[in-house]
Ligand binder design. Sequence first.
Ligand SMILES: [Zn+2]
Length: 255
Amino acid sequence: MINTHGHWDHAGGDAAVVAASGARVLIHEAGAPLLLDHGRHLDGYYTAGARALEQPDLVAAQRAAFPAVFGPPTAPDRLLREGDAIDLGDGVGFRVLHLPGHADDHAALYWEREGVLIAGDAAQGTGSRRGGCPLYFDGIAQARASIARLRELPFRTLHVSHPFGRLGTDERSTVYDAAGGRAFLADSLAVLDALEEALRAALRAHPEAPFPPSPAPRRRTWSARGAGRWSSTRRAAPAGAAPTLHRLWREIDGA
Ligand SMILES: [Zn+2]
């Protein structure tokens, strides 16, 4: 079982799968702490939006819900590094590409013989939720470099982990052919350009405004009871946009 990264929606449940199947767990070396320590999630990406928006009640609810969301810690059996080869037998073999940005530990997998590229969450188009935002928790510049690396590969099939949104179309997919995959990657970079342009304009217009500029997201509430789903009483910038915008703001600000 190869985790592209240690986020809850990718590595959560590892322990159950190992218990049921005896599978070995592989993850990039930077992801091992996420498999072993819930605190690395709770003090990191998992509460990043709520912390950026200064919502302590939401942070507390997320912390309380997390153990059930992720499951018990798991010790990885093999730690991956850039350039590693993973031989799955029967001629199936992947090369590991370390592609940070969405997450420090994010790895993509490339099966060169067949041109199959598993990009995980490294490139996100317009994000996984309608009206939302792509999530790059650990570096916008890194995300751009990672997407550029994906574009250099002569893949024939591109797999992504979520049906991310596209520019100029409602089409969403998790599997693309070569042309579609290249368009998706171009969209992912264009979205970052647009976000940066919009944020720079907002900062020029309101240079004194602290982040976040609007209290609207405070109207959104997190329901641990409803399987950890967002409910909203009004349309507002989703709290899910906060991590990327906060990170971008810090990079623009040189912080
Ligand atoms: Zn992720």
